[in-house]
Design a binder for this molecule. Structure first.
Ligand code: ITT
Length: 187
């Protein structure tokens, strides 16, 4: 039976599909911009969202919540990444970082899986990196053009194809943990 990934974000679905395909797990997208609770913690948001969507759809589902945490900005935009991306975007983050020496940042991801009436399970992943001096690349989405992973060769996530981003990304790490657990425990 296919696993349902509830997300309105097509890029996320493509990234997760590539990982699932490699592990032989079939996933389907349920496009829904569900309302997220407001919290400072991605895991808490993923847990609440997974419960909500599985109850509403009446089947096992998973969701993924992610955010960019910039050290010099005390973790901003963090769980508010979606709103900040839509308002000030990459130019706004670059402006806030102008002249800032410590450009350390990380992406974090939390995957929440839930079966109707059961307790949700959460898996996390993170990738450390830095904020680029200027936006580069046309691939990916969101903050990808301004994020350079520590382990990458200097390219931003937006300069990589999906399979390369999946070698390092926060999402790939959280999703890999989730899918391996799913295969072992649920399948
Ligand atoms: P959902 O329907 O799955 O919630 P979303 O786009 O609202 O999709 P999130 O709330 O998890 O997803 O993500 C918040 C924002 O953080 C997202 O809109 C991007 O701007 C940014 N973001 C998250 N993951 C990213 C990634 O891998 N690369 C670049 N930006 C990312």
């Amino acid at each position: 039976m296919a696993l349902t990934f509830v997300t309105s974000n097509q890029h996320k679905f493509e990234e997760v599909s590539e990982l699932a395909r490699k592990l032989g797990v079939e996933i389907v997208q349920y496009k829904w911009r569900y309302t997220e609770i407001q919290a400072d913690d991605l895991e808490e948001i993923a847990r609440a969202s997974a419960m909500e969507v599985s109850a509403k759809l009446g089947r096992p589902c998973f969701v993924e919540d992610a955010g960019l945490f910039v050290k010099a900005l005390n973790g901003f935009p963090g769980p508010y990444s979606n709103y900040i991306f839509r308002t000030i975007g990459n130019p706004g983050i670059l402006k806030l970082m102008s002249g800032v020496k410590d450009r350390s940042a990380e992406f974090r991801s939390a995957v929440g899986y839930c079966e109707p009436g059961e307790e949700p399970v959460v898996f996390v992943g993170r990738v450390e990196g830095r904020i680029a001096e200027e936006a580069r690349g046309t691939g990916g989405f969101g903050f990808d053009p301004i994020f350079i992973a520590l382990e990458s060769d200097g390219r931003t996530f937006a300069e990589m194809v999906v399979s390369e981003k999946n070698l390092y990304s926060h999402r790939a790490r959280a999703v890999d943990r989730f899918l391996n657990w799913f295969i072992e425990v649920k399948r």
